[in-house]
Design a protein around this ligand. Structure first.
Ligand SMILES: CC(=O)[C@@H](O)[C@H](O)COP(=O)(O)O
Ligand SMILES: NCC(=O)COP(=O)(O)O
Length: 243
């Protein structure tokens, strides 16, 4: 049975810091604790509005992370230039709307194929592994292949936010079909968004998945149990699910 990796998204450490304009809690410190607790990578979303993670955070993290950085970013010239300067191991291209509370869906690769293919080419030329954050839809998966991305990250938000067990099962089946299809096409498959301690196992059990990127639920749990325990507990659940 193959293993599964945990990318810890530390955005909301920065949300707490920015709430008061203090220097604490520092995402740089959080990354060090998360890695000690078993994180296989650190994910940060540098949003256009810098509502949480800032350019300072990304710059320092790029010099201090011991595992690997997954820089989430919109497909803009500004962000592509930042990725060129930072040279993270991974870039995950995500949709972004200023008014959104959090990411609301996957990238529309079908409608933006030329732009996204160009971004994949530019990032790939800098030896950055590109992942496209998409919904588990065949047309988007096919478009991701056409765009030349080696990875996709399947958006698990619909599953995570399902209101009933029946709807959750429907969303889980959609995810499973999309993940199996993408894997069969030769894509490397990650997943994330809205996963927490009570819904992560069915996703982690899917053998095609390489990595889960999880943030909000871990940072929330850290408020009560501490970040080291929150990360270690999530990693343990994922490995238990994988068997
Ligand atoms: C793409 C995704 O699902 C998250 O990684 C993203 O970072 C969510 O945005 P916030 O972190 O701002 O909630
Ligand atoms: N791409 C998903 C991610 O990095 C974390 O999303 P969430 O767990 O904060 O919803």
């Amino acid at each position: 049975m193959n293993t599964i990796y945990l990318g810890v998204n530390i955005d909301h450490i920065a949300t707490l810091r920015n709430a008061r304009g203090t220097q604490y809690p520092d995402p740089v410190h959080a990354a060090e604790i998360a890695e000690r607790a078993g994180a296989d990578g650190i994910t940060v979303h540098l949003r256009e509005d810098r509502r949480h993670i800032t350019d300072r955070d990304v710059n320092i993290l790029s010099q201090t992370i011991n595992t690997r950085m997954n820089l989430e970013m919109a497909v803009t010239e500004e962000m592509l230039k930042i990725a060129d300067e930072i040279r993270p191991e991974f870039c995950c291209l995500v949709p972004e709307k200023r008014e959104e509370l959090t990411t609301e869906g996957g990238l529309d690769v079908v409608a933006n194929l030329a732009k996204i293919r160009n971004a994949c080419d530019r990032l790939g030329a800098q030896d950055i592994q590109v992942s496209l954050f998409i919904d588990a839809e065949r047309d988007q998966i096919d478009a991701a292949l056409e765009a030349g991305a080696p990875y996709i990250e399947i958006h698990t938000g619909q599953y995570a936010h399902a209101k009933t067990e029946q709807q959750q099962q429907i969303e889980l089946d959609k995810l499973r079909q999309g993940i199996q299809y993408a894997h069969a096409q030769g894509l490397k498959v990650n997943a994330g968004h809205g996963l927490h301690y009570h819904n992560v196992k069915p996703i982690a059990a899917m053998p095609e998945i390489i990595e889960l990127n999880i943030g909000h639920a871990i940072i929330a749990r850290a408020a009560f149990d501490g970040l080291h325990t929150a990360v270690a507990d999530m990693k343990r659940l994922m490995l238990e699910a994988r068997g």
